[in-house]
Design a protein around this ligand. Structure first.
Ligand code: CO
Length: 191
């Protein structure tokens, strides 16, 4: 089932999130719906707050990039399709690099965010098996972006100076629901 995406300005995106356990109701169905919604909206990842749930869960599929970018990326670059439950980033390292990010909750806005190139993350998969892994490149980037979501942070929070000023008006428009997105959204003030 394709779920509506909660838009910038909706308080759920800033709410503190909770860990879940394997008794969480209909978890496998929820994960299936998150994948379906992510592919429908052409995302590389989606986090639970974006579909209205204040829980520590996100999904990432950078395998989608493989055909486009495998020429440019080093052969060692790791792409994943992975569910992240109760994740904790325990280290970020490597060179900081800028990339134009976008977000399903913030349509029509992109902005350059600088992040460390490598991330070490401990998480549970959809079968509640624990993993402790290091990712880099685009996979690390998407993980950092989705992890920010469950910490109540949006990529636009990282923008500075002139770029921040340039997007602020657009962000206000999204907050007010003055936008016709190409997929179903829930705006601030809506349930
Ligand atoms: Co996002």
């Amino acid at each position: 089932m394709i779920l509506p995406i909660y838009a910038y300005g909706h308080p759920i995106l800033r709410k503190e999130t909770s860990d879940i356990d394997n008794n969480y109701p209909n978890l496998q169905e929820l994960i299936a719906n998150m994948w379906e919604t992510m592919y429908y909206t052409h995302g590389m990842g989606i986090a639970a707050p974006q579909i209205g749930l204040a829980i520590r869960l996100f999904v990432v599929d950078t395998l989608q990039l493989k055909s486009d970018e495998e020429e440019e990326e080093k052969a060692t670059a790791e792409y994943v399709k992975q569910v992240f439950i109760n994740p904790e980033i325990i280290d970020e390292s490597g060179d900081e690099w800028p990339y134009e990010e976008g977000c399903l909750s913030i349509p029509n806005i992109r902005g350059k965010v600088t992040r460390p190139s490598q991330v070490r993350i401990v998480y549970y998969d959809e079968n509640f098996v624990k993993h402790d892994k290091i990712y880099d490149g685009m996979t690390a980037r998407v993980i950092q972006h989705e992890y920010d979501h469950i910490e109540g942070t949006l990529f636009t929070d990282h923008l500075t100076g002139l770029k921040k000023q340039l997007v602020s008006r657009k962000l206000q428009q999204i907050s007010r629901g003055e936008l016709r997105p190409r997929y179903k959204m829930v705006f601030a003030g809506q349930k």
